[in-house]
Design a protein around this ligand. Structure first.
Ligand SMILES: Cc1cc2nc3c(=O)[nH]c(=O)nc-3n(C[C@H](O)[C@H](O)[C@H](O)COP(=O)(O)OP(=O)(O)OC[C@H]3O[C@@H](n4cnc5c(N)ncnc54)[C@H](O)[C@@H]3O)c2cc1C
Length: 258
């Protein structure tokens, strides 16, 4: 699926077109991105003079934004396929299931990205630092943050169950998960010291702590960065002046870096 800018003379959300790009052709190069935690969940895709037949345009020319939003809502539903105990068989469903398994393998490190706060108390006990007042203080802070964060999530779920539209809880929740992940990494570092950086046999939790330390930064980026969440909260909750969006000017005239 390729969403490409096809018109520079209309506002930025118009002027995008959605294509089904044949990936197996000269001029399409997929380069896996090796992450610092050794996983490679993402690719860079380079297209040089790649060709798309015109019948591969999905939707209207210039209507790609709406198609992209529809794709994202299906992506979430597709994601649940691998976890369902769907009994149907057949070529299409088997292929979809295999694809879903492949898709889920990219998430193997996501619990580490969230900080693994669940290991912190056990780690402190095993490492003999459970009586260290500084470790206890940071552990208490971590547990407090985790409780508050889960209450925010429950509040959002309750509001949704009552039929209220999603509100600021989403941004508060996303931001608090970033804080929580960083605090968990901080606690793991205090407890583990230099040992926490080791992976392989004999390392804390078989290298899981090391994976936490190098995966947590992604929590503040994926799904909307901390800065974007703060912008949303500033504008929609605190009522601060909106930042310039240039939504009405032709894309050609949108302000950009040099
Ligand atoms: C682990 C991981 C998983 C991901 N999974 C998915 C996925 O499943 N689906 C998907 O579609 N995408 C996914 N992404 C992409 C992710 O949504 C983007 O990386 C993210 O939204 C940030 O966009 P960007 O990388 O273009 O950074 P940019 O938008 O270029 O931001 C760069 C920096 O500038 C700051 N910045 C940008 N705009 C503003 C502003 N207006 N005000 C203040 N600061 C600003 C940002 O906070 C950031 O620090 C994933 C990314 C990661 C790291």
């Amino acid at each position: 699926m390729l969403v490409a800018r096809t018109n520079w003379d209309v506002p930025k959300h118009r002027g995008l077109t959605y294509f089904a790009l044949p990936m197996r052709q000269p001029g399409v190069e997929v380069r896996p991105l090796k992450q610092m935690n050794y996983h490679d969940s993402f690719n860079e895709v380079f297209m040089t003079d790649a060709v798309i037949p015109k019948e591969n345009v999905v939707g209207d020319i210039g209507g790609g934004w709406a198609c992209a939003l529809t794709t994202l809502s299906y992506e979430r539903r597709f994601a649940s396929l691998g976890r369902s105990d769907l009994r149907a068989t057949g070529r299409t469903i088997d292929e979809a299931r295999r694809e879903a398994e492949e898709y889920f393998s990219t998430y193997a490190w996501y619990p580490q990205r969230a900080g693994r706060f669940d290991l912190a108390i056990d780690f402190a006990q095993r490492a003999g630092s459970k009586d260290d007042p500084l470790v206890r203080q940071e552990l208490a802070r971590l547990i407090t943050m985790q409780r508050v964060s889960s209450w925010t999530a429950s509040r959002a779920a309750a509001a949704r169950a009552m039929g209220r539209p999603p509100g600021a809880e989403g941004s508060i929740g996303k931001l608090s998960l970033s804080h929580l992940a960083r605090q968990a990494a901080r606690v793991h570092s205090m407890i583990g010291g230099a040992q926490g950086m080791l992976s392989g046999p004999g390392s804390p939790y078989g290298g899981v702590i090391a994976e936490v330390l190098i995966s947590v930064p992604a929590q503040s980026i994926a799904g909307g960065t901390d800065e974007i969440q703060r912008n949303i909260l500033g504008e929609r909750v605190l009522g601060l002046p909106r930042e310039p969006a240039d939504s009405d000017v032709p894309f050609r005239d949108v302000r950009r870096n040099a």
